[in-house]
Ligand binder design. Structure first.
Ligand SMILES: Nc1ncnc2c1ncn2[C@@H]1O[C@H](COP(=O)(O)OP(=O)(O)O)[C@@H](O)[C@H]1O
Ligand SMILES: [Mg+2]
Length: 148
């Protein structure tokens, strides 16, 4: 699966609440341009919001890489959240609904995973964390009379 061109491919810093707002806005704009519907746009923005907040709060800041995809059948959007923070020592525990090491709700990682089609966490204690989320535009087949 290859990037579908430079269109809305970008890398954005995550170091402040203002950055989080900008990331949300850019994800929505890119998703809309790629043809995601309103519901899927909102899912992507919600996932991005949670993952970017984790990068900021737990990872001590970092950046997100937003990449448009094209697998030959449909358009997709990949978001890679990267930090060089403390890493996640127990990933299974961190992915559990309701688990938080701080005062959060513990629904960010597990919730974000449910909102996208592909989800991966690459983390190493002491070195940092990269969370990758991918979603694909769902094309509803048109129902033409007499077709198929
Ligand atoms: N980028 C990260 N770096 C280090 N730890 C993280 C990161 N993202 C998540 N975690 C760990 O995973 C836990 C669960 O994350 P999450 O489900 O978003 O809950 P919350 O952010 O509400 O604590 C966090 O409490 C934290 O311990
Ligand atoms: Mg969180």
């Amino acid at each position: 699966m290859r990037p579908s061109g430079p269109d809305c491919a970008t890398s954005l810093p995550i170091g402040s609440d203002a950055d989080l707002a900008w990331v949300r806005q850019q994800v929505r704009q890119c998703a809309a341009r790629l043809g995601f519907g309103l519901v899927q746009q909102t899912k992507l923005v919600t996932a991005a919001s949670e993952l970017a907040r984790n990068t900021l709060v737990h990872g001590g800041g970092g950046h997100v890489e937003i990449t448009p995809l094209d697998n030959g059948r449909t358009q997709g959007l990949r978001m890679c959240f990267v930090d060089s923070g403390p890493g996640i020592h127990d990933l299974e525990l961190a992915m559990t609904d309701g688990y938080t090491s701080g005062g959060g709700l513990g629904l960010g990682l597990s919730g974000a995973k449910r909102l996208v089609h592909e989800f991966a966490v690459d983390t190493e204690p002491g070195r940092g964390t990269t969370v990758t989320a991918v979603a694909w535009v769902a094309h509803v087949p048109s129902s033409r009379p007499g077709a198929g």
